[in-house]
Unconditional design. Sequence first.
Length: 702
Amino acid sequence: MKLKELKLDDRSGFKINLLSNLNYYGNLDIKAFGKPVKKIVSSVTYEEVKCVSYHPKTKELRCTVHIKNQSGYLGDHCQSGSYEYVRFYVDYENNGNWEDVGVTSFKIHDIEDHKGLCYGLKLKIKPKIVKKCSSDPVLPNVRAILSWNIAPPANTPNYVPVWGNVKEARIQIAPRPQLQIPPFFENPVGLGDIIIPEIIIPPVLSNINPLVNLDKLKKIYKKEVDDARLVSMALKNVDTDFSLSDIIKSKNKFELAEIDFSNILDILTHPQFNTSYEELKCIGLNRKFNELHADIHIKKASGYSGDLCSNGSKEYVAFYMDFGSGWQFMGTSSVTVFDINQIPNDGLWYNAFLPINLTPHQKKYCQEGKVKIKGILSWNTPPTPNNPNYVATWGDWEICTAEIKPLPQGFPGFVNQPWIESVGGVDNDIINQITGLAKGPSGMANSIVADYSPFDGNVYVTGKILNQNPVSKYKMMIKEPGGTFLPFNKNFNVVVTTFNTFLGTESDANVLQSPTGDFYDYLPKPTGIIQKHVNDDILALFKPTERGIHELYVESDTGQQSDIVKFMVDRDVPTVAIDITTGSGNCGKFTVGQIIEGTFEVKNDRHLDYVRLSLAPFNPAGTIQTTSIASSDTTVSSGSLTISIDDQDSHLDYITGTWRIDTASLPACGYTIHIRAEDRTVVNSSYVGKHSPNVSRGFCLE
C-alpha cells in the first residue's frame, strides 16, 4: 500500500479504528487504554495550530490554524466534511494548574488547488484573576490543543491528539479600569512608579520642537530602548504634517539626549521592517464571524510608551485582501500594548482583528472561494491606507491564503436576501429540523457542544443580509407551539463596534434595537472610513415562554425571506431527591462496616444528561454502587459516581434508582450523600446544562 493511501485510510477510518481500540494510534496511556496498533501522535501533516493570542479588551482567546493538504478531510463542500477542534486551557499562576475554559471548532472540507490555508478561531472567556494596574500584571499561560474530528476531552490539559498539536503562549489580562486621568496627564509615559506627562503640542504651535521630552525619555528608559525607538515615541503626538526638516532643526535636542542624530535620520527616512520589539507572526480569517485577525508577538519589557497605568501605545495592523484583481484595503485595526517589566522570556501574544463584509464574495453552496490576505504591522503609527507595500519602521507583514465559506444550501443569492446562521448560540445546520434539537459543536465563540439539546432563556438569532442596500431593514417572524407566524417586535440591546479603518481605532456602544412598525434597521453596513458592526451579527433576542417546537424566519423590507428554522424549547427544570432507607435513615447514625442503602429519583426533565451521586467529604474508599432505570446494569465507582443518560433514554421524564455504600474502609466521620442532575438544555445561548439542581442527605459514621 502506498504511503499516501495509508494516510488517507487513517483519516477516513479514523473513528472506526478508535471504536475498535481507543488507543489504536498510541496517543493515550498504554496501561490504561491498551496496546496501540500503530503510532500516530501529534501529527501535523494535515493541520497545525501555529499561533495563539489574546485581545485584552474583548477578552477573546484566538488562534490560527494552518490547513496543509487538499484532501484528507472527509469530503468537499457538497459532502459532510469534518471538524477541527481547539480546546483552550489557562494557567493563571503559571504553576501547571490548568483551567479548562472551553472548546471551539470550525468545519473543514477537501479543497483543491491551494498550498495552505489559514483559519482563525476565537473563544470568549471571563478572566479568573484581574488586578489593578499598579499591581503585578496578570500574565497567564494559555494552552491550545488542536484535534481533528475528535474534540479534546474536557479537563484533560495533557491530552495528546492523534491529528493535531499543542501550542502555548503567554498573554496579558487587562487590569481593572483606572480612575479618570486629569486632562493635563492624558498621555503619560510611565515606567514602574515614575510617570512623566508627555508634552502635548497645541495645533497653533505645531512648528515648535516636539522633542522637548526626549531627554526625559532617555533618562527613564536608559539603555533599555533603542534611540530610534525613543524618537518614534517622542513623535507620538506630533501632527502628521510635521516634516523631517523640523526634526533636523531640532538637532540640539538629540545632542542633549546623547542620541546619534545621523543614525536616527537614516532610520526615519529609509524605513526597513524591524521586528526586534514586535512581530506579526500569523494572520487568518475567521469564516464564522467574517473577521480578519493578526497574532502579534511582543518581545521586550520596555519601549511601548508606558506601563499598565498609562495609555501605552498601539500595535496597528492594516489588512488587505486579494480576490483576484489585486490588493484591496479592508481597514486598519489595533491593540494596545505596554511596558511590562515581568514579561516572560518567550514574550507576550496579542491579537488585532477587523470585522469585514464578505457576502459579495460568497459563492453558491458547494463552491468554495479562496482569497489572499495580508496584514501589515506598524507600531505607534497607522500604516498608510491603500498602500499594500507600506514598510513600517517598527513591524513587518504576513501573507496567507484563506477560504471564504459558500452560501447556505439552497440559497438563491438574491440582493437583500437574508439568512439565519445561528439560533440559541449554535449553528442552525446542527439543529434537527424534525425534533428541533441541536447536536454537535456550535462553531460560535461560546464553547457549546450540543448533545440532542433543546433551548431556554435568551435565544439569540444571528444572520446576515446578502449585498444589502444602505438602508436595509428586516423583520423577524416567529411561530410559537400551536400558533401562527407573528412579527417579533420587542426591543433588545446589541453591542455595536465602530471602527475608524484609517486610524485603526475602535469604540463600543450599546444600541437599542427598536422596531419601526415590524421592521428593524439592519446595522452591519460598511460606510467607507467609518464602519459599524453588530457584534456576532445578532438580529433578534427572543425569550420563549412556552415549551415545544418554535419556528422562525427573517424577511427583508424588499420581501426576500430566509429559510424557516425550527428549534425545541424546554423550560422544565429537573427536580431531584435522595434518601437513606436503611438503619435510622436520613441524618442517622451508623457504625463503620455497615452497608448504607437508599433511593434516588429525578423528575420533570425529558432531556437529562446525567445524574451524579457523590460522597462528601470525598473519599475513594467510599465505593458507591447504583442501579437505575436509565442504567439497568449495576454501576460502581469510588467516592463519586456519574450515570450518563443515553440518547435513547433522554426522553424519560422520570428516573428512579437505588444506591448503596460499603463503609468498611471509611473513617468515622460526618458525611453527606449528594445527588446532582444536569440536563442538555442550551441556556441563554451560552452554555449547556444550567438546569442542575442538587440535594444532600447527611449521616454520621461512628
